[in-house]
Design a protein around this ligand. Sequence first.
Ligand code: ADP
Ligand code: MG
Length: 468
Amino acid sequence: VWNNCLSFIKDNIQPQAYKTWFEPILAVKLSDRALSIQVPSKFFYEWLEEHYVKILKVALTKELGEQAKLVYIIKMENTYGNKQPFTEKIPSTNRGAVKSQDVDIPLKNKNPELKNPFVIPGIRNVKIESQLNPNYNFENFLEGDSNRLARNAGIAVANKPGGTSFNPLLIFGGVGLGKTHLAHAIGIDIKDKYPEKTVLYISAEKFTQQYIDSVKKNNRNDFIHFYQIIDVLIIDDVQFLSGKSGTQDVFFHIFNHLHQNGKQVILTSDKAPVDMQDIEQRLLSRFKWGLSAELQSPDFETRVSILKNKLYRDGVEMHDDIIEYVAKHIKTNVRELEGAIISLIAQSSFNKKEITVNLAKDVVEKFVKNTKREVSIDYIQKVVSDYFQMDVNTLQSKTRKRHIVQARQLAMFFAKKFTKASLASIGSQIGKRDHATVLHACKTVDNLSSTDKQFRKYVEDLSKKLSI
Ligand code: ADP
Ligand code: MG
């Protein structure tokens, strides 16, 4: 029945559309007048419903008469690639999922024969969304002394993924210096040059979540297999894996598999491998196999060209002396540099003021102050004590009262999260504690926020208050 439907549909729609939307469908079952077809994802189902429901109806009615019914069985959504707003939705042929979700007529999938269709041989054909942001390309990543090594290593890797000694390529450097941008640029360039290669960008945080989910859902092996078929794996902010031994373990295996098969791995981190804490030694030694390239704070000339490039792309004109003023005063981080110029443009258009050096001065001053406020431990203590309606002295006091201890631990946790201060320095600033106390506080907060709903709310509220 389904084959007849297909040949009818094939004659009536574009070959490409047929290939994309009908070839992946599997006919699973025909009972009475209801044909069950299995589609790879929910998105796929929605697309069919939206675009092809008419032709499906015509085809089915021809075969089964007016009573014909269509049942969709959706394979469990593949959660291994997230969809970000900038990515085009491409239906991915999911693999490895053995559960199904039924739409329309509930159809209990207890029948063992239904399981077979879910195993799709030939995993090389799997389509994976790369999760790459097209704006983060090489062209927009301006070169300067501060990033020359890393940028050129990136270009070398993009020319010959897996074929250089830069495997893994580890890009490290402080916040806002372009690690994520450069990592995307390499991925984009590889996709351009080698369209057949599977490239995947993922943050270490997301990777960790997926791993935990896979363990919960009992498909850890699917998780591993998914990653083992990738040609170019880009993992952002690997410092996030610190202390997460399960995820480190699984990453170790994936890494070895990819590396042995000549696949390229690209990693970013806010620290050099020698400075990474709570990462297993065997993993650290792998990180050092290839090349570690640092991104440093850009020099003045590079800052100016980054600003000019940004303005040019946004179609905004600005006087050189204003650009130079901003570049001169914001030195440490490119994200702040861009932030300052954006708020300058916003200020001038809200207030219909011309952008003068004076206005630039105001904005830069506020900007620098704001970003300072963001990172000060004093500010964190103030926000946390306000939130719990106590004063800072109480928060710092020696008392063991539960809610005060919790507030103190939260302050320590956020100090660790939002500032660069060492554990010892956080401890000494929050009521003269030692570094072990701070470490314990961070762990307690981590634990409590995964087990205690109310506590998690505290963490969420405070996170919001503390990030501008
Ligand atoms: P990180 O991941 O290191 O925190 P990002 O890659 O997110 O930093 O960069 C922060 C911002 O600065 C991004 O908007 C990025 O496009 C920009 N940026 C960083 N370095 C450069 C560069 N060399 N040229 C152009 N833009 C840059
Ligand atoms: Mg980043």
